[in-house]
Every structure is written in structure tokens, then in C-alpha cells.
Design a protein around this ligand. Structure first.
Ligand code: ARG
Length: 472
């Protein structure tokens, strides 16, 4: 390939076809093709401008550049911002990345003074600060969207705090719970997810600007000033670490992956619950799609896509982890590969969070169907065993055995536990009284679970109140 590539297109003969005419096969073009990042790092333009402004102001106040030069630079940057916001900025591949595109444009607009902006700075600390600012914003947005999703869940949980549904283990009917309680389980998960983004933010909130290429700068720069003006808590403390670390992105991607895992579980439940075999909830046309051949279909596509997004997001974490492993200090160009997976992951996460919040607000449970299912499968068997312990002072293991016999009798007869007669109960355990029937309804079962964090509606309402206060 290199052999052919070094020949002129005319001398290239057969080799040229290998690139399908896309390249004229000059090494410089291939070099540019692999090196160029403006196609994706243009997304950092706002962060790049913020970093450049903070740097320019610091250079002025430290007397590193003349105020008049600094003012010219700042005015030029303002014009560039206009061009970027109005979509008239000329992005050019030959300037490789966003940093050099902006600097080249600044030179066109204000002349050679533009060259003073890069005093005491390198693209290595420049990209490090830009990317950190971007990831910090992404973490903030994700935390905010998680809270919006929690609020959507809370609203439904409050409405259905005592709507009965089956609680499952192994996806087999286990014990009755309430729909509100089930939704509140996700409020807890998403609360921890938002906390992970906040924790990651606190750790990443140190400013790498001023580390320069890798060793720091001989100019009298004030890194505390630039850090403060960009909203960082402090400057990073080691210049090598500043330009070569991307664990802030790995940590944010880890938080994103865990969040996506939780979203995927909820999405799977929505898929299950909307299937007519469950029929627990309905989504409106706003969050379903039809089939081109089967007129009866209403498919929960949004839920399915959210369920799948975890692949892309966890994939991004894997990608960046593999990019970073084994890299010697300090900067290596490998690190340019940090952006695409990170952008992709957060695009997918944010869309998923918004769509999930929309779907949660959109859904209506079929409370009758859920309540009927809550009583099926001998779901109050544990309540019978607990009654035997409480009323007859039986050891739980014996009560478990007696209950097993009752379930067997009901199953043989094809009825629910509550439909066994007192005589039938007494045939199994003579001391059983008709007081037992009070604990055999799903409503009584749920209401009895008053332990802290339990499914009793009163407990569910207490947790809803606590979260409403936290999120207010
Ligand atoms: N485009 C580069 C990146 O994203 C900017 C840093 C380039 N630094 C360098 N020494 N070539 O990583």
C-alpha cells in the first residue's frame, strides 16, 4: 500500500483501484484522512471558545500579552462565536481539529496578533479542558434528565400507590405489591444514578488548562484564575496527569452505562406489561408504532430501543477503556479517539432518558387486570404461613409445610387459597379458624407489609413524600 501510495496516480496502475478512486493515493491525503477530527470535534466549539477567552483574559491580567492585543483577540473570538452560532463559520479539514480551525479563522479576522493567544498553551491542555467542560455539561444534563424521569415516575406512583399488582421473583408470582411500590423501585435506582453523575462531576471539576504541552509553562500564568473563570474548583495539580488523563470521561461513561442498564430493565418491563398476555399497562399512539402487515399491532418500539441502547453506551465505555489502556504518559494521539464514543454514548443516553420519561407519563395501568393477577398463583401463601406463626405460635418451618399442603389442596381443587372451606383448612391443621380469611386477600397482604421500605401503601406514600421533598 505504501509502495503504491508513493507513486503518482498515473504510475499507480492497478493499485489505484484499491482505493476506489476516493483518494489520489498520496500519503499526505491518507495522513489527513486518518488525522482529521474536525468532523466530530466541532461539537467542542463552545467549550473551545470558553477556554480561549479564559486563557486570553488571564494572559492580559498577568501581563503576558499586551491588553490591546488581548482585546483584539477577544473581539475576534466574539466574531467567531457569531459565525458559529449562525452557522456561517467555515469549518475546514485542512486545519485538522476545532482548535486549529478557530485559531486559523482568528488569524484571518485579526491578523498575526491571533498567534499570541497560544502563548503558554498547547493543544494538549486545550483539548483536555474543552473535553472536560463538555463531559461536565453532559453529566449535568444527565443528572437533570434523571430527575425529570424520577418526577414522572413519582407522579404515577402517587396515583397508583395502592393499585395492586403481582410482585415477582424469577418472573413467577411471588407476593402482591402495589404498582406505586414497583415504580418507586426505579425512583431509587435513578436517584443513585443521578448521584453517580454528581459524584463524577465533583471529581472531574479540576482545570487542566495551563499544563501546556505536558510540563507546565515558563510564563507567569495564573492557573487558579483560569480554573475559577471556567467554573472549576481548582487547577489540576500535575501537568502530566492533566494532559494524559481521561478517567473523568471513563467515570461519566460508567455512570452512563449503569443508568442505561436500569433504563433497559424498566424498558423490558414495559415491553412485558404491554403485551396482551400481561395487559398490565397501555401506551397511547404517541409511544407506539403499528405494523405494516398486521393491523392489530401496537408495538412498544421506544421501549425496545431504550432496552437496546445499553449496548451502544456500554460499548463506548469499553472503547475508551481500551483506547486508554497501555498509553504511556503524557499525550498520545490515540486520545483523539475519546470523543466519538463519548458523544455517541451521551446522545443515546439523553434520548433514552427523555423517551423513558415521556413513556412513563404516557402509560395507563389496567388496574383491574393487575389486581386480578395479584391474587393469582397462590400469591398470599406467605400470608397464610405468617398467620399460622402469629396465631398458632407455629415455628415458621412447620407453618411453611402446612401452607404447602393447603396450596396443594387448592391446586387439586382448581381454586384459590381463599376459596378453600374452613373444613378443608381444618383437615390440614385443625386449629385454623375463620380468622385466616382476612389475610388471604392481596389487598390485606400488601397492606400488612408495613416494615420500612415495604409495599404497604402507607409506606409507599411515605417514600413518595420523601422523594418529592428531595427533588423539589
Ligand atoms: N485533535 C487533538 C485531540 O483531539 C487535539 C490535540 C492534539 N495534540 C497534539 N499534540 N497533536 O486529541
Amino acid at each position: 500500500m505504501t509502495d503504491n501510495a508513493s507513486k503518482s496516480p498515473a504510475a499507480n496502475g492497478q493499485g489505484q483501484a484499491m482505493w476506489g478512486g476516493r483518494f489520489s493515493a498520496k500519503p499526505a491525503e491518507l495522513m489527513q484522512a486518518i488525522n482529521v477530527s474536525i468532523g466530530f470535534d466541532k461539537r467542542l466549539w463552545a467549550q473551545d471558545l470558553a477556554g480561549s477567552r479564559a486563557h486570553a483574559r488571564m494572559l492580559i491580567s498577568q501581563g503576558v500579552i499586551a491588553s490591546s492585543d488581548g482585546e483584539e483577540i477577544l473581539e475576534g473570538l466574539a466574531r467567531i462565536e457569531d459565525e458559529l452560532t449562525t452557522g456561517t463559520f467555515p469549518f475546514r479539514d485542512e486545519y485538522e481539529d476545532i482548535h486549529m480551525n478557530i485559531e486559523a479563522r482568528l488569524r484571518e479576522l485579526i491578523g498575526p496578533t491571533a498567534g499570541r493567544l497560544h502563548t503558554a498553551r498547547s493543544r494538549n491542555d486545550q483539548v483536555a479542558v474543552d473535553f472536560r467542560l463538555w463531559v461536565r455539561d453532559a453529566a449535568d444534563r444527565s443528572a437533570a434528565q434523571l430527575e425529570a424521569l424520577q418526577k414522572a415516575l413519582l407522579a404515577q406512583a402517587e396515583t397508583y400507590a395502592d393499585a395492586l399488582m403481582p410482585g415477582f421473583t424469577h418472573l413467577q408470582p411471588a407476593q402482591p405489591v402495589t404498582f406505586g411500590h414497583h415504580l418507586m423501585a426505579y425512583v431509587e435506582m435513578f436517584g443513585r444514578d443521578a448521584g453517580r453523575f454528581r459524584d463524577a462531576r465533583a471529581r472531574m471539576n479540576e482545570c487542566p488548562l495551563g499544563a501546556a504541552a505536558l510540563a507546565g509553562s515558563p510564563f507567569p500564568i495564573d492557573r487558579h484564575q483560569t480554573a475559577a473563570s471556567l467554573g472549576f474548583d481548582r487547577p489540576t495539580a500535575n501537568s502530566l496527569d492533566s494532559v494524559s488523563s481521561r478517567d473523568f470521561a471513563l467515570e461519566a461513561l460508567s455512570a452512563a452505562s449503569i443508568t442505561a442498564t436500569h433504563l433497559s430493565r424498566l424498558a423490558e418491563e414495559i415491553v412485558l406489561w404491554t403485551t396482551p398476555m400481561f395487559g398490565f399497562i397501555k401506551l397511547t399512539d404517541a409511544f407506539t408504532t403499528g405494523s405494516s402487515i398486521m393491523p392489530q399491532k401496537k408495538n412498544p418500539d421506544a421501549a425496545e430501543l431504550i432496552r437496546a441502547k445499553v449496548g451502544r453506551i456500554l460499548g463506548s465505555l469499553t472503547t475508551l477503556t481500551v483506547v486508554m489502556k497501555g498509553l504511556p504518559l503524557a499525550y498520545s494521539k490515540d486520545m483523539q479517539e475519546d470523543k466519538v464514543p463519548t458523544f455517541e454514548a451521551f446522545d443515546a443516553l439523553e434520548l433514552s432518558l427523555l423517551a423513558m420519561a415521556g413513556m412513563i407519563a404516557d402509560l395507563t395501568p389496567n388496574t383491574e387486570k393487575m389486581a386480578a393477577a395479584a391474587g393469582a398463583g397462590f400469591s398470599t401463601a406467605t400470608d397464610l404461613a405468617d398467620w399460622l406463626v402469629r396465631e398458632l405460635n407455629m415455628p415458621f418451618r412447620d407453618a411453611h409445610h402446612v401452607t404447602g399442603s393447603a396450596v396443594k389442596a387448592a391446586e387439586t381443587k382448581g381454586v384459590d387459597l381463599a376459596e378453600l372451606s374452613l373444613a378443608e383448612f381444618q383437615a390440614i391443621e385443625p386449629r385454623i379458624t375463620d380468622g385466616v380469611y382476612a389475610v388471604l386477600t392481596p389487598a390485606a397482604s400488601a397492606a400488612s407489609r408495613m416494615s420500612y421500605g415495604g409495599t404497604a401503601p402507607a409506606q409507599v406514600r411515605a417514600q413518595i413524600a420523601r422523594w418529592k421533598e428531595t427533588l423539589a
